[in-house]
Design a protein around this ligand. Structure first.
Ligand SMILES: Cc1cc2nc3c(=O)[nH]c(=O)nc-3n(C[C@H](O)[C@H](O)[C@H](O)COP(=O)(O)OP(=O)(O)OC[C@H]3O[C@@H](n4cnc5c(N)ncnc54)[C@H](O)[C@@H]3O)c2cc1C
Length: 481
């Protein structure tokens, strides 16, 4: 082990989306932040990368917009969604002055974020892997990591931030890996890049659905098109091993609109797959630690919200911690924990309905009769179409998709369709109602449990002595509960 134990105001594990946002928010307020990542940047990761206007606004909020724009992805002011042959196309409401989406490869996006974090003053150490948290009297007070040369280092800080993704080591070591709420996805993800010959369509982010199949095409940097296929999980066996590429090509051509979009385009990458996806919330704060980004909360990629939420709640975590960590009277551990607990509760309140809406789309079920009518309504009513694009853009809440008047209209129209029986519509309506009630119950249980945990913490947390650089004597490994 390297002999000198270093002290920082905060140490962040993970230097991609959430890690950089937290690091920037802390560093630009004058705090000493160390951010480590086992990757060497520029580095890719298993993720597509559609960035809604709200996501672009978060990139702007941390000062990374010029660097991200410079990567050269086209601006996409239009969203399009097509179910069979029923489709709508619309713009977005501006968020912080931004009314366009972008699709930027993670290799370049994450590199731009790392450069921004460094520029702001955060110290980012690459090829460094955290392996142990350091504990003192039931509180996380630092971590140990190994660098590229195999040397071990120890860092002390009043707070350790686990921005280390879905397989989070920090979540594991604080005992928060088991989710407090979880929903297995009914879809898998397979994606590849295509050279894009359609210069006339490079301003549109598109989604197509036919039966249970869902596919998207997003023009991205490098003149390419990112094409993601999300089949239901019962088709996964068709994608195993060497068959993946053929199954993917067959899948994208089973969506007639997507197949037409790919006309004249050539696949220029291998197919990457992601299966076994689960959406979840984990307990995301505790004595001396917090989990922004996927480490604490993940939603199926079908609604492309992860980067936005990683940036936003990463930034908000940094903003909440900064005054506490820079208090003139010294860092009060209890104030640190209060700040992280309030931040975590805020994210749960903000994100639960988007999580539930995502789970509906991620179920992998074929569209219902009422859903067809909602697409028809959006096709005919530009205002309703704009509401739908703004749900993805987080300007509208998911409940706006199905207000009672819209549902009533959709039911009446569904009943007028010659090929749909009353029983089908009644069954669909019953299912939708049941889902609304179940979601409401789940939301209430989840938020109540979170509130109870927060108030219990407030009454239990003892005043502990401030962690110090030289407080080596009291360090106990794994003394967490
Ligand atoms: C298939 C797929 C498609 C997606 N598509 C989209 C999309 O189109 N739009 C969107 O908004 N979101 C999308 N998402 C979600 C998005 O990828 C995540 O929400 C986002 O990457 C979360 O960022 P993060 O910083 O929390 O974690 P990550 O991006 O996972 O970064 C975690 C970092 O922590 C580092 N790390 C982990 N452990 C250690 C350790 N012990 N020591 C040091 N470093 C460590 C890793 O090296 C990594 O760099 C998709 C996700 C998937 C799986």
């Amino acid at each position: 082990m390297s002999s000198a134990v270093e002290q920082f105001d905060a140490v962040v594990v993970g230097a991609r989306i959430a890690g950089c946002a937290t690091s920037v928010a802390l560093a630009e307020r004058g705090l000493r932040v160390l951010t480590i990542d086992s990757a060497r940047f520029p580095s890719d990761t298993l993720s597509t990368h559609l960035l809604w206007p709200t996501t672009m606004a978060e990139i702007q909020a941390i000062g990374a917009l010029p660097a991200v724009e410079a990567i050269g992805a086209p601006r996409m002011p239009l969203a399009e969604a097509v179910l069979d042959d029923i489709g709508w196309r619309t713009g977005y409401s501006a968020v912080s002055g931004i009314d366009y989406a972008m699709c930027v490869r993670r290799t370049h996006l994450d590199d731009a974020l790392v450069r921004t974090a460094r520029h702001t003053g955060a110290e980012v150490r690459e090829r460094c892997t955290a392996h142990d948290l350091v504990w003192n009297a039931g509180r996380v007070v630092g971590l140990r990591y190994t660098d590229d040369d195999g040397a071990e280092h120890e860092i002390r800080a009043p707070v350790v931030i686990g921005a280390d993704g879905r397989k989070s080591l920090v979540a594991e070591q604080v005992g928060a890996r088991t989710p407090t709420l979880v929903a297995p996805s009914g879809r898998a993800c397979y994606y590849a890049y295509w050279s894009d010959s359609r210069t006339d369509l490079r301003h549109i982010a598109s989604q197509w659905r036919t039966g249970s199949l869902l596919g998207t095409a997003f023009p991205c940097d490098g003149g390419d098109l990112l094409c993601l296929l999300q089949p239901p999980v019962d088709l996964i066996s068709e994608f195993r091993g060497r068959r993946a590429q053929d199954a993917y090509v067959h899948g994208v051509h089973s969506l007639p609109g997507l197949s037409r979009r790919l006309d004249g385009c050539e696949m220029v990458s291998r197919v990457r797959g992601c299966t076994g996806i689960e959406s979840y919330f984990r307990r995301s704060s505790g004595p001396g630690w917090a989990l922004p980004g996927d480490a604490g909360h993940f939603k199926d990629p079908v609604t492309a919200q992860g980067i936005r939420d990683g940036l936003r709640y990463g930034r908000l975590l940094g903003e909440a911690l900064a005054p506490v960590l820079s208090a003139r009277t010294g860092v009060d551990p209890r104030a640190v924990d209060d700040a992280t607990a309030a931040w975590a509760a805020g994210r749960e309140r903000d994100c639960i309905d988007v999580y539930q809406w995502t789970n509906v789309l991620a179920a992998g079920s074929p569209p219902s009769p009422v859903e067809y009518e909602l697409y028809r309504q959006a096709q005919q009513d530009p205002e309703y179409a704009a509401v739908l694009s703004d749900i993805y853009n987080r300007v509208q809440r998911p409940a706006k998709m199905m207000p009672i008047t819209t549902i009533a209209g959709a039911v009446v129209r569904a009943l007028r369709q010659p090929d749909i029986g009353i029983a089908d519509v009644a069954g669909d309506l019953g299912f939708q109602q049941l889902r609304v009630v179940r979601d409401w119950q789940e939301r209430r249980r989840f938020l109540r449990a979170a509130l109870t945990a927060t108030s219990q913490r407030a009454s239990m947390v003892p005043q502990v002595s401030r962690p110090t650089l030289d407080g080596v004597t009291e360090i106990r490994e794994g003394s967490h509960t």
